[in-house]
Design a protein around this ligand. Structure first.
Ligand code: C2E
Ligand code: MG
Ligand code: MG
Length: 705
């Protein structure tokens, strides 16, 4: 604190003797630097103070124009920042004490004053006033600061009662500082845990008791006066007195509602599927884990159902993604309606859902839910003026029988779902360990398939097609052969579906097409009789946007005349993209490429539908051809197909002809062409070239005609 010398002293004293006495004391103490101004009344003092500055005022309490307290008040008002010392008689000490409350710094009792004491007490009065001013400024500064910061500040005294709230705290708690003052902390600052909604321990008490900064519990909410909840974050620190004793605490906190809402939103979207709002793969995995813990404790079961929609792709492809999305949403709702509140329906992605049934008594309970889901999904979904029909296949795995953890359960339910698909879809299958063997096999096929192209493990074999009138070879069907490094020859029926599933079919098909066209061109170049080269096209090839481009590129690259290429497509491939299929086929026809419908009779078998497509040939599936001899009475279909095909001016090709009997029958029905072991098995190119050179033994073919 700065020492301030007293340069001007104003003495307000009506008694000249007392005034003289004081002046003498000053002189005695050698306080020559102090100028003593003497006035005789409060009125004179007011006049003087209005014009001039003084460093201290000494005021007698028995003045003619103002008595006692009034004199103090008036003088203090006239110079509020000047230290004031009052002079009083022995008998009115109580008045002097009151004067202190009114703003006086000190009092002197007449008759007890000695020169040294007088000066000391005046100097102290000045110092005290300076300190008081500084404290006022400090408090003022703190107050303004506290009210202008964005954080809320609440202070309590040692007993935990509120002593101060800044403006933000007032706004957030709903209490004014005045109302709150003196009330227990817990009344004004009510906080709960946001999740449990339980009262959290009072952090102010903790900070004070432990004498350290305490953070407010994470995830805590403040209950504003009136019940409104605000998410807050903050910390409480103890306040100390000079001796280091804790005398209270200050709590600084802020509103994190927006940030917490954002965090919640982010956590929610990280765990939920945006389309259906269902839990996603991550969250359901978590819940399965929890369910397993509970089930093992309570000797219960947990079931995981893996659902995959049947034919959803078709709807998505033909009606568009928006309709597909709405269908998924509708299915999600129905699935949720099939389970208890405590169960979880999740979307894995695409058209796959995983359902967790927790705390089950019997495995059969899962079957009941599965059946309910099968029929719920199968009911028509009315979307965008369409009545959409879709079914689902479900695989079920049960804890603890089918796996010890979430991953295994989901994986095994998935495997069982595959089995349900193979069993004809729209059914459910419980997982059996034997299924895994197949799944593992499939997995290993997929792995080696990925390397098969670069390791050149593929080859094409060619099977002849024979004109049943002339016995001439009209064409070759290119059939893919894969020699697996350890397993040997693997049938295309086994690996093509795997290749389709894992997307490897595109590069493989590309290789087949190029290889077959190259081969056909090579035979022409070698002067062999030209034949049509038939290449099988899978659904995925046909759906690919670059399909046509790829075909034409290979044709021009290999130089094969387009009319010698025939693409074999199954009915289902055509029907799945009926609208675009027609235009793709049109383009092919315009270029001269031929198109045959493969395996006819196993799919929709709708000739009237096929009429819409520009196709060249129908290949009757071998199962019908075999019927000719196995169930001779049941030849109606083959007969009908051949005659209808002819009426549509299509070339009719019989597949899988193995016996002379079958041949004879087909010739009777005037079937155009045939293909089968009877004429030749699929064979390597060299062998086929030999066959082209020599021709099929006419005798074998024409035996009947
Ligand atoms: P697919 O196109 O119907 O081919 C005819 C299948 O019948 C061939 O089987 C052939 O070997 C077999 N076969 C021919 N004559 C007879 C017979 O007299 N009796 C019997 N029992 N079978 C006969 P493979 O080569 O095993 O091919 C099976 C299927 O795999 C093919 O059926 C075709 O759908 C598919 N596939 C073959 N190669 C390819 C390919 O390069 N690309 C695509 N996408 N699929 C292919
Ligand atoms: Mg074929
Ligand atoms: Mg076929």
């Amino acid at each position: 604190m700065s020492k301030k010398s007293i340069r001007v002293l104003l003495l307000v004293e009506d008694n000249p003797g007392d005034a003289r006495l004081l002046r003498e004391m000053f002189n005695e103490q050698g306080a020559h630097n102090t100028e003593l101004i003497h006035v005789g009344s409060v009125g004179d003092a007011e006049q003087y103070l209005a014009k001039s500055a003084v460093d201290i005022i000494v005021l007698d309490l028995g003045l003619p124009d103002a008595d006692g307290m009034e004199a103090v008040r008036r003088t203090h008002t006239a110079a509020p920042r000047v230290p004031l010392v009052v002079l009083t008689g022995l008998d009115d000490e109580s008045v002097a004490a009151q004067a202190l409350q009114e703003g006086a710094q000190d009092y002197l009792i007449k008759g007890e004053i000695d020169a040294r004491g007088l000066l000391r007490s005046l100097r102290y009065a000045v110092e005290r006033k300076i300190a008081e001013e500084a404290l006022f400024l400090e408090t003022e500064r703190a107050q303004v600061t506290l009210n202008s910061i964005g954080d809320a500040v609440v202070c309590t005294d040692i007993s935990g009662n509120i002593s101060f709230l800044n403006l933000v705290a007032e706004r957030m708690t709903g209490w004014t500082s005045l109302e709150a003052a003196g009330r227990p902390m817990a009344e004004v600052f009510r906080i709960l845990d946001a999740t449990s909604l339980e009262t959290t321990p009072n952090p102010m008490e903790m900070a004070a008791a432990q004498d350290r900064t305490v953070h407010l519990p994470s995830n805590c909410i403040l209950i504003r006066r009136g019940g409104y909840e605000i998410a807050i974050e903050g910390s409480v620190s103890p306040i100390h007195d000079r001796e280091g004793q804790v005398i209270g605490a200050v709590n600084v906190f802020n509103d994190v509602s927006a940030a917490r809402a954002m965090a919640l939103q982010m956590a929610h979207s990280a765990q939920h599927d945006y389309l259906t709002g269902l839990p996603n793969r991550m969250l359901v995995n978590d819940r399965v884990k929890q369910a397993i813990v509970l089930a093992s404790r309570h000797m219960k079961k947990v079931a995981v159902l893996f659902l995959d929609l049947d034919g959803f792709k078709h709807i998505n492809d033909s009606l568009g993604h928006q309709t597909g999305d709405k269908l998924l949403q509708s299915i999600a709702k129905r699935l949720v309606d099939c389970v208890r509140f405590s169960d979880t329906v999740s979307r894995q992605g695409g058209d796959e859902f995983v359902v967790l049934l927790s705390e089950m008594e019997h495995s059969e309970d899962a079957a009941i839910t599965a059946r309910r889901m099968l029929s719920a999904v199968a009911e028509a979904h009315s979307i965008d003026q369409h009545d959409l029909h879709v079914t689902t296949s479900i695989g079920v795995s049960v804890y603890p029988d089918d796996g010890p953890d979430a991953e295994t359960l989901v994986k095994n339910a998935d495997t069982a779902m595959y089995q349900a698909k193979e069993n004809g879809r729209q059914n459910y299958q419980f997982f059996k360990p034997a299924m895994n063997v197949r799944a593992v096999e499939r997995q290993s096929i997929e792995e080696s398939l990925r390397r098969a192209l670069e390791r050149q493990e593929f080859a094409l074999h060619y099977q002849p097609k024979i004109d049943l009138k002339t016995g001439e070879i009209t064409g070759a069907e290119a059939l893919l052969r894969w020699t697996h490094p350890t397993r040997g020859l693997i049938s295309p029926a086994e690996f093509i579906p795997v290749a389709e599933d894992c997307g490897l079919i595109l590069p493989i098909s590309k290789w087949v097409l190029r290889e077959a066209c190259k081969q056909a061109r090579a035979w022409v170049d070698a002067g062999l009789p030209p034949v049509t080269m038939a290449v099988n096209v899978s659904a995925m090839d046909f759906r690919d946007d670059n399909f046509l481009e790829r075909v034409f590129a290979v044709l021009s690259e290999t130089g094969l005349d387009p009319q010698f290429l025939e693409l074999e497509l199954t009915e289902s491939v055509l029907m799945k993209r009926a609208e675009s299929a027609a235009s793709v086929l049109q383009t092919l026809r315009a270029k001269g490429v031929q198109v045959a419908v493969d395996d006819f009779g196993t799919g929709y078998s709708s000739l009237s539908y096929l009429r819409k497509f520009p196709i060249n040939a129908l290949k009757i599936d071998q199962s019908f051809v075999h019927q000719i001899t196995t169930t001779p009475d049941d030849t109606a279909i083959v007969t009908a197909v051949i005659s209808m095909g002819r009426s549509l001016k299509l070339r009719v090709v019989a597949e899988g002809v193995e016996t002379q009997e079958e041949l004879a029958f087909l010739q009777d029905l005037q079937c155009d062409e045939a293909q089968g072991f009877y004429f030749g098995r699929p064979m390597p190119p060299k062998e086929f070239a030999g066959l082209l050179k020599s021709g099929i033994s006419k005798a074998a073919v024409l035996v009947h005609s």
